[in-house]
Design a protein around this ligand. Sequence first.
Ligand SMILES: [Zn+2]
Ligand SMILES: [Zn+2]
Length: 388
Amino acid sequence: MLINYPRSIILVMLLAANLHSQANGVIRVGLLSLDNPLSLTVTVIEGNYKLLAGRQSIVLLKDDNILINRAGEKILVSTEMSNNILADSVVIQSAEKACYFSIRNNNRAAEPREYTGNLIVKSDIESLLAINEVDNDMYLAGVVQSEAGVKGNIEYFKTQAVLARTYLFMNIKRHTLDGYHVCDRTHCQAYNGKSESKTINQAVHATRGQVLVNADSLLVFTPFHSNCGGQTESSGNVWLTRMPHISGVTDPYCTSSNNARWTKKINRKDWISYLRNNGYRHNDNDILDFEQLNRKRYYSAGSFSYPLTRLREDWNLKSSFFSVSLDDSTVILNGKGYGHGVGLCQEGARVMTERGFKMREIIDFYFDGLLIINIDDVKPSLEISSAF
Ligand SMILES: [Zn+2]
Ligand SMILES: [Zn+2]
């Protein structure tokens, strides 16, 4: 039957099937934030697990510890009731949804993090690679907590959940060659383990399957940041691509929030020397003071102009939305907001929900012309098709 279809139609059908099979399934997350471990300890916190390594299958109960060490291309696994097992990989499989475990890099001081779902550990090029195989809603709840905190009401978290789900499915092929879907760092979306918040879990459940698309039913990039300082940034001012759904808005909601204002003092000599190193030719008559009432793209000093986004990066500033004033020895930067300023402003969105706005109204405020549809109705996006 299929033989008569054009090749492109078959490809689209295959892509659609592939995307949809992820919608209700499990996500494999590379736990790169373990920071190149050579030795891991996994502890069962709640429920029962089955450990599969080599030909062995061992039942794990609450409080059991598993030590996993790298042994060249193999791994060495030991539990309290087994000898060392040399294997290619270990799978720690949960018996039910409520089970969770913690995992820790034995050579780092970081607190162990807790995860639901399964864990797979194998030897990678120079360290162990841990992959958390987790129900996609559980993963999204963990992402929302990591990216948006625990402070907020259900409409705020519903908004974040839809953004996180949209981003997930746009980037589901990002780490195919690494053997997982997404990593747990900000390269994809921060995922510091399971959500502790009932409100976040409810928000993810209430928006199940919902994603943001443009008028062509294609998934769209929907970035967010902590605080825009009163004006969001047009996408083209920060990134090379101008996106029609992100044009920049005046935001009256975030201007009294935590990250609305910042100040930084810099030695005048250091500032001028930095500008010189980047092409500025100093003239004593130049006015180095600079005012940014509305967002600008460039800092200017005399006839010299320099991208504000680069200043932000080089001086590790909270935002690129700042004014500059100088005295004899000091440069004072008076800034607004925190983050790149593009897309949804989290502190503004939080205040909007406190004033009674709903998810739909928040999305319409920060983005233009987006629709909320179910992932099953999304056309395969360029990002997904380009992976084939
Ligand atoms: Zn990544
Ligand atoms: Zn804002």
